[in-house]
Design a protein. Structure first.
Length: 246
């Protein structure tokens, strides 16, 4: 059987290819793409049996690219955004994996694909509801896996002073380091303990334990002084009420 992988994060696409090679050695990965337009072209020209598609990609989404898939091609959406889930299943997705995908979850996906059975919409939606329910009950994130060059650095969440949005990525600032996490701030927010990390700006999450004081200027603007970082953190008006008593 032939498969393609499309993900705009090259290291994630390569990681999925390596893991699939171990779980399903007979599966031939005929193309690894990094944007929606290339994925659509590969679906049309290569006619793979299986397609692993990220949903948010440059050019066009994986949902749009999937329309080029042949009727017998089974599409697996791999994404960090669960708000597209129902739409994905309405397109008769064979499976839907939420990042980060565990080895156990990927193995179950492979087993389903190897069975070559048809999935009814009711069965797919029931499985999706179970998946999202499990995610909502998950323990708050405790460790960050951050790629630095060719290695992965483990950072305890409690050591983070604050998170700063950097477009599709997030800058992680600890006492003595600034690291780039390949996860959007929006997705990270849903995984953190809300009692430990407060959103103080559209693009900023602050570790509450790091807040030493809040400064209010004559114009009513608020800025925070942190214990282990020298820079002041601006608080937007939408979140200023959190610090009225400070």
């Amino acid at each position: 059987m032939k498969a393609i992988i499309a993900d705009d994060e090259q290291h994630l696409a390569d990681d999925l290819q390596r893991r699939l090679a171990k779980l399903w050695p007979e599966l031939e990965i005929v193309a690894v793409l990094h944007d929606g337009v290339a994925a659509e072209q590969a679906l049309s020209e290569l006619k793979p049996d299986i397609a692993f598609l990220d949903i948010r990609m440059p050019g066009q989404s994986g949902l749009d690219a999937a329309r080029a898939a042949a009727n017998d091609c089974r599409v697996v959406f791999v994404t960090a955004f669960d708000d597209h889930a129902v739409q994905a299943f309405e397109q008769a997705a064979a499976d839907y994996l939420l990042k980060p995908v565990s080895d156990e979850r990927l193995q179950r996906c492979v087993e389903r694909l190897q069975q070559r059975g048809m999935f009814t919409p009711d069965a797919m939606l029931a499985r999706l509801q179970q998946l999202l329910a499990a995610q909502s009950k998950a323990e708050p994130l405790r460790w960050l896996r951050i790629q630095v060059g060719q290695s992965v650095r483990m950072v305890a969440v409690e050591e983070v002073c604050y998170f700063q949005s950097a477009d599709k990525y997030t800058t992680v600032l600890t006492r003595n380091a600034e690291l780039l996490l390949r996860t959007p701030l929006k997705d990270l927010l849903a995984q953190l303990d809300p009692d430990q990390f407060w959103q103080v700006h559209r693009g900023t999450l602050v570790n509450v334990k790091q807040i030493v004081s809040a400064h209010h200027d004559l114009l009513g603007k608020v800025s925070l002084k942190l214990r282990d970082r020298p820079e002041k953190i601006a608080v937007s008006r939408s979140y200023a009420h959190l610090f009225r008593q400070m």
